[in-house]
Design a protein around this ligand. Structure first.
Ligand code: T3D
Length: 266
């Protein structure tokens, strides 16, 4: 139970819990590496059809651990910018890309404060739900940095430039209910319901046609930089591939036969 990352599985749902509650689950290099390795493992494990990411204690994740001994000693007065780049190249970028390329849907169950890279890692997940008392803080500007872990890309697209700039420049705490109203996250639930809601949503997604869900994520991401006609063409390419897959045949047949489908593609 002393592990910085707890890993559990219930049915087809793998849950990863950041577990450094005394430091509000801030990311050390070790926790970042463990999270990425756990996602790699979940990606390779055919028994996993959905992943939930959450935190223990009163925080989801306070972002980079600003006292991480693995990183801090490397910060000489002149070397700091280069070393932050190193940290991003080696830990944050691969982790953010890993989340966004998982072969199964990823749900962030934001149980408490999510700051800096912790906030943006959550926002990069496929479905973000939060406890009523949770909050999101773009803490970067306060320590002289830009939003990272995808923040520049995600925030502007999720809430538009005006709100994105307000959140990023001021770095104020955004309560979860307000985040849901803005469309930054999908929904807010009572604190005591968060874990069960996340598990139920993940279980539901795990029973759905996984490939279609994952290609939907990919299509949405790609469509952001396509014109309408090219988006239509991309949909057609994906649809024609999915049309030959087991899950479409099963889904359509089950509908016509008025029975419950059993999906298995991944
Ligand atoms: O090198 C780089 O910086 C690269 C960049 C990477 C990306 C980033 O994520 S940059 C952003 C880093 N994160 C922050 O700046 C957030 C810092 N934390 C806070 O602003 C506050 O802790 C919160 C708003 C998140 C919560 O406030 P509050 O009042 O509820 O709790 P607290 O008392 O501040 O924190 C409780 C403990 O957690 C405290 O330790 P203590 O005094 O009880 O021993 C605090 O130091 C520790 N803690 C919280 N956040 C971090 C942290 N320790 C290390 N790093 C943290 N980020």
């Amino acid at each position: 139970a002393d592990a910085a990352l707890l890993i559990s599985q219930e049915g087809a749902v793998r849950t990863l819990s950041f577990n450094r509650p005394a430091a509000l689950n801030a990311f050390t290099a070790q926790l970042l590496a463990q999270t990425r390795a756990a996602l790699d493992e979940a990606a390779e494990d055919a028994s996993v059809r959905a992943v939930v990411i959450t935190g223990t204690g009163r925080a989801f994740c306070a972002g980079q651990d600003l006292s991480d001994p693995l990183i801090k000693p490397e910060f000489g007065a002149d070397a700091r910018p280069k070393d932050i780049g190193h940290l991003l190249d080696n830990y944050y970028i691969p982790l953010a890309l890993r989340v966004r390329s998982m072969p199964v849907p990823v749900i962030a169950a934001v149980n408490g404060v999510a700051a800096g890279a912790g906030a943006n890692l959550a926002l990069g997940c496929d479905l973000v739900i939060a406890a009523e008392s949770a909050s999101f803080i773009q803490a970067f500007s306060k320590i002289g940095l830009v939003p990272d872990c995808g923040g520049t890309w995600l925030l502007t697209r999720l809430v538009g430039r005006a709100k994105a700039m307000e959140l990023a420049l001021l770095g104020d705490k955004l309560p979860a209910p307000e985040a849901a109203r803005l469309g930054l996250i999908a929904r807010v639930v009572p604190n005591e319901d968060l874990a069960a809601t996340a598990q139920a949503l993940a279980t539901r997604l795990a029973g759905m046609p996984t490939r279609a869900l994952v290609e939907t994520r990919q299509a949405f991401d790609e469509a952001l930089s396509l014109n309408f006609e090219d988006a239509l063409k991309l949909e057609a390419v994906m649809q024609s591939q999915l049309g030959f897959a087991h899950d479409y045949l099963e889904g359509a047949a089950a509908f016509l036969e008025k029975r419950t489908p059993v999906f298995k593609d991944r």
